[in-house]
Design a protein around this ligand. Structure first.
Ligand SMILES: Cc1cc2nc3c(=O)[nH]c(=O)nc-3n(C[C@H](O)[C@H](O)[C@H](O)COP(=O)(O)OP(=O)(O)OC[C@H]3O[C@@H](n4cnc5c(N)ncnc54)[C@H](O)[C@@H]3O)c2cc1C
Length: 685
């Protein structure tokens, strides 16, 4: 029997079908390949034709105008643009000059926005970070940390005295929390602020070298004030007439003379020196030797000391006051999460544009193909592009929630913003840090030229994972919060918006997986947002339930600290899984709210890739509990590759829709046009 009789499909048909399948990996609707390959048909149901303008319009948000003003201002001032090669000393001076010019010449007052319109402030921070990440961080230290501590931890008298100076940069300042021996564990700080009832002053002191304030931004060169976090000590107020330690409080401490800029008596500052990145920011180490400040310099919103040395607070315990104090500082995390997405957009744009431009190899005797047509390159970059979109909407949501929190002071919103800012800050900054390296690799040798930006993006952004709360520490806060909500669920308490799914669907998520749906593998099913969201939430719910049981078991023998440590990796996975669920939910919501059908369709494609890629990356978990049968796992894998291929077809439009001007992209290889020409010109041809 010949082959044709054994198989009703002829050998030619088989070959044709195979060619058609291969073509799926090569066909591109937006930038047809040269030669015959472009004539091969694609199985895509229909080509998407995204309008960059409407996509961009939808992404832009309400503050594009102010971002455009910032870009125009720096575009018109080449003297304020950071060159590729610059010494640390020059970079620090340039950063200060850039910030001064922004405030005093361009008339953009970030501090006022921070107080009156936080979402505009975060948009400014993102744009400024696009000019130079060092500038973004220096601005964050001045307005969000130093200014934010005065506004949020102080009272009316502090606002009246310091607002204008912080706003117009007459009072450049620092946020001095971290010490040599303690960063993450703020409750263990050792600097003291002892009340002297005779002079009505606090005496700020560094009791040992471990208590030297370390890494303090703006301290080495420019700062004139610092908000110093120290233990408030009240002599004679403790048991048996001993001193009472009232816990960590913040104090305004002048560190340099306003006129001469000389260090003030008792203040010793040393330069932390050259860093891996962010060398435009002057980090310093400070030692205080019995520095006296007036009693009024205590930022007294959550705790105060009267003239006769009595302590008062609306909050009953040291722990509650500590939580309230640190809670007021979440704005920094919101800003970092948001700005990290901005950095990711820059890196992805450069990598995608270059991968479209760059041609290597191809079929025999045919023109070369774009490297983005290689499945491996799509696999590297397209899920990353999809994640950038997902994070864009999630951090936008976080910013909106933060603004709502500031307006309403609603307890539920506060809880939501605290956990979400910790979670998104950790998740997004870790993702961006990894992705910048992938983007560099995907641009081959030219990705290694400093002018093409990956080096500086990577080294400047890297510390986003650590400051404003180490990512591993912050994820534990998310896990702790989830466990608290889990307990509340059983007690019938209220749950805030982002956690509602725990109540609504926990029981269904935790029932045995349905053996029928576990086998469903149709594209419509896999691209159904309900399937995707259910899968994400199922994973979170299982992780939550299992870790709660493990903690309970281990606490009996190991105590709570030991049990927590025994389950730590489990807890971190839980926190990440929850954040991924929130990110997906917000992406789906953003698609539903998009008024333009065409844009909606493109976003849906991108969202499907984000969701299925995440499920595929964690397929072992789903397989282990038979949530997904083998045939379905295979279908998810296949569809993920196919969606990557489809997204590649609209990749140029997707990065163009970020609407980043050349001033921000800067990398010659990442220019929208004439990239090679710009690159050759850069080296002098
Ligand atoms: C460039 C730069 C600028 C900075 N600017 C300022 C500033 O202006 N003002 C200021 O006050 N501070 C500033 N900092 C300090 C920064 O906020 C701290 O470095 C940060 O909070 C982390 O603390 P740490 O360095 O003590 O890390 P550590 O807590 O010592 O962390 C070391 C390692 O231990 C792990 N680890 C720690 N605790 C746990 C735990 N409970 N569970 C599991 N793992 C754990 C961490 O994940 C990390 O890998 C800056 C730091 C840098 C580098």
């Amino acid at each position: 029997m010949d082959d044709n009789r054994r198989n009703p499909i002829s050998g030619d048909e088989v070959a044709l079908r195979r060619i058609q399948r291969l073509a799926l990996h090569l066909y591109t609707p937006s930038a047809p390949l040269s030669g015959e390959l472009s004539l091969l048909p694609c199985r895509a149901k229909r080509n998407l034709s995204p309008s960059v303008e409407s996509l961009s319009e939808y992404m832009r948000g309400p503050h594009r105008e102010i971002q455009a003003r910032i870009f125009e201002f720096f575009q018109s001032r080449p003297d304020l643009q950071t060159p590729v090669e610059i010494s640390m000393a020059e970079h620090r001076q340039l950063c200060m000059k850039q910030m001064m010019a922004l405030v005093r010449e361009a008339g953009i007052r970030p501090f006022r926005y921070l107080v009156e319109n936080p979402s505009a402030y975060f948009a400014i921070a993102e744009a400024v970070g696009g000019i130079d990440i060092s500038l973004g961080i220096k601005m964050g230290v001045q307005f969000s940390l130093w200014g934010g501590s005065v506004i949020n931890l102080g009272t009316k008298k502090h606002k009246e005295k310091y607002f204008d100076g912080i706003d117009n940069l007459d009072y450049p300042g620092c946020f001095a929390m971290t010490e040599l021996h303690h960063g993450s564990n703020v409750q263990a700080l050792q600097t003291t602020a002892t009340f002297d009832p005779i002079t009505d002053e606090f005496v700020i002191n560094t009791p040992n070298d471990g208590a030297i304030k370390w890494w303090i931004g703006n301290a080495a060169v420019h700062g004139k004030f610092a908000s110093v976090f120290a233990r408030l000590i009240l002599p004679l107020q403790g048991k048996g007439g001993k001193s009472a330690d009232m816990g960590i409080h913040a104090f305004i401490v002048p560190i340099r003379d306003l006129e001469t800029h000389a260090l003030l008596p008792g203040v010793e500052i040393h330069d932390c020196g050259h860093k891996v990145g962010l060398n435009g920011v002057d980090n310093g180490a400070l030692r205080f030797s019995h520095v006296r400040v007036p009693r009024d310099n205590l930022l007294n919103r959550f705790g105060d000391v009267s003239r006769d040395g009595k302590y008062t607070s609306s909050l009953p315990t040291v722990n509650k006051r500590f939580a309230a104090t640190l809670g007021e500082l979440v704005g920094g995390r919101v800003g970092l999460a948001y700005s990290s997405v901005g950095v990711l957009k820059i890196a992805v744009t450069i990598a995608v544009r270059y991968s479209l431009l760059r041609q290597q190899f191809g079929p025999p005797r045919k023109p070369e193909v774009s490297v983005l047509d290689y499945q491996s390159q799509q696999h590297r970059l397209m899920p990353m592009l999809a994640s950038t979109y997902a994070f864009h909407f999630a951090t936008q949501y976080l910013v909106d929630k933060y603004s709502e929190m500031k307006k309403t002071n609603d307890d539920q919103v506060i809880g939501d913003v605290h956990a979400l800012s910790a979670g998104l800050k950790s998740y997004v900054t870790s993702y961006t840090a990894r992705s910048i390296s992938t983007c560099r690799e995907s641009c081959g040798g030219h990705g290694y030229a400093a002018v093409n930006r990956f080096g500086i993006l990577r080294s400047d952004h890297d510390i986003f994972q650590t400051f404003e709360g180490d990512n591993t520490v912050l994820l534990q806060q998310v896990a702790g919060d989830l466990l608290k909500r889990y307990q509340e669920k059983f007690k019938g308490g209220t749950l805030s918006m982002t956690w509602n799914y725990l109540r609504e669907s926990m029981s269904s998520y935790l029932s045995q997986p349905n053996p029928v749906t576990a086998r469903w593998e149709g594209e419509d099913h896999l691209r159904d947002p309900k399937f995707q969201l259910d899968a994400f939430r199922y994973r979170t719910s299982r992780l939550l339930q299992s870790v709660a049981a493990r903690l309970q078991k281990h606490t009996k023998t190991l105590g709570s600290f030991g049990a927590w440590n025994r389950c730590l990796n489990h807890l971190l996975t839980l926190a990440e899984s929850h954040i991924e669920s929130v990110v997906l939910a917000k992406f789906i919501e953003a698609i539903q709210n998009c008024p333009d059908a065409n844009t909606r369709e493109v976003l849906k494609l991108v969202c499907d890739l984000y969701a299925l890629d995440r499920i595929w990356k964690d397929i072992g978990t789903y397989r282990n509990v038979d949530y997904v049968a083998p045939n379905k796992a295979k279908a998810i894998h296949k569809l993920t590759d196919y969606l990557s291929f489809q997204v590649r077809g609209v990749a140029r439009e997707l990065v163009d829709a970020f609407d980043l001007p050349d001033l921000v992209i800067r990398a010659p290889i990442g220019m929208a046009s004439e990239a090679y020409e710009q690159y050759t010109q850069h080296v002098g041809f």
